[in-house]
Design a protein around this ligand. Structure first.
Ligand SMILES: CSC[C@H]1O[C@H](OP(=O)(O)O)[C@H](O)[C@@H]1O
Ligand SMILES: Nc1ncnc2[nH]cnc12
Length: 300
């Protein structure tokens, strides 16, 4: 997929209910193919308040990819290829706490991955072994800026932090599961944050999520249990707030600058670069090439 581009600095991944971002000026469409397959849909790159922004619909514009089959590795790779250094992702989530009400926004700071292992959650496999730090799955710097932007949206209640539990889906949870996640202290529930966050960290891209609460899952007495229709309806009514928050972020945040997330791979590679097969190296050159060139394995 050479050569690399510097088409955009900020990426937006829109989830359920956010399938386009029509505010982008002079949009161009990119249909990319990556060593990790094809992204969910075309990527639209355009201007927003003087910044270059790339938008991708996570499930595809016709919502054709279920959570387990979202090509997250291709999506993140394609963003990296376009030059993106920070991603704002938007997700519909269920609430696991009374005080997180439908229509409100949460900017999570933690993640619990309960997906079942069938999703590609790393760019690295046999031949090239890397273990990245993931204690803070969302970029603390970007999260703070996004939170400031979310707070400027009139009439919207926002919450700073929270743990997103990512289930495999596509079915929603049983009442017993919902109660279990609550007893663990989880705050919001969805099906897509993992592996997206792991892959963004491996790609050296800052990530923050705007989670839009659509329902109370199925744990709350006297409340309608979640359905896809309910999620879609609440998203229809509130997606404008997420879009406003993104525009406000672009308006008010400093231009993208260096962040530790960008170098997360620097101390993560264990394989001896001279032993990495050429095919594996080519596959991840965009993400890891410079670290492989610099890397001295810690052995005698
Ligand atoms: C349409 S209901 C369930 C669906 O919505 C959320 O998707 P996203 O995070 O992309 O907004 C949830 O994770 C499920 O994929
Ligand atoms: N209750 C819920 N469970 C999983 N994913 C969701 N997305 C929106 N609401 C959800």
């Amino acid at each position: 997929m050479a050569p690399r581009h510097s088409e955009a600095e900020t990426g937006i991944i829109g989830g359920s209910g956010l399938y386009d971002f029509s505010a982008l000026e002079e949009p161009s469409e990119y249909r990319l193919s990556t060593p990790f397959g094809e992204p969910s849909d075309r990527i639209v790159v355009g201007g927003l308040r003087g910044r270059r922004v790339a938008f991708l619909s996570r499930h595809g514009r016709r919502h054709q990819h279920p959570p387990s089959a979202v090509p997250a590795a291709a999506n993140i790779y394609a963003m990296k290829y376009l030059g993106v250094t920070e991603i704002l992702s938007v997700s519909a989530v269920g609430s696991l706490r009374d005080e997180l009400r439908p229509g409100e926004l949460v900017v999570p700071d933690q993640l619990v991955d309960l997906t079942r292992g069938g999703r590609t959650s790393s760019f690295f496999s046999s031949g090239l072994v890397a273990h990245l730090p993931f204690a803070d799955p969302y970029c603390p710097r970007l999260r703070r800026l996004v939170l400031d932007a979310v707070r400027t949206v009139p009439g919207t209640v926002s919450h700073d932090g929270g743990t997103y539990v990512c289930i495999e889906g596509p079915q929603f949870s049983t009442r017993a599961e919902s109660g279990l996640y609550r007893s663990w202290g989880m705050d919001v529930i969805g099906m897509t944050a993992a592996p997206e966050a792991k892959l963004a960290r491996e790609a050296g891209i800052c990530l923050a999520t705007i989670a839009l609460v659509t329902d109370y899952d199925c744990w709350r007495q006297g409340e309608e249990s979640v359905t896809a229709d309910l999620v879609a309806e609440v998203m229809r009514r509130n997606v404008a707030a997420a879009k406003q928050a993104i525009t406000s972020y672009v308006d008010t945040s400093p231009p993208a600058r260096h962040c530790d997330c960008h170098d997360a791979l620097a101390q993560a590679i264990l394989s001896d670069p001279s032993a990495v097969p050429d095919a594996d190296r080519r596959r991840v050159d965009l993400l890891a090439g410079r670290y492989l060139d610099e890397h001295q394995p810690a052995r005698d």
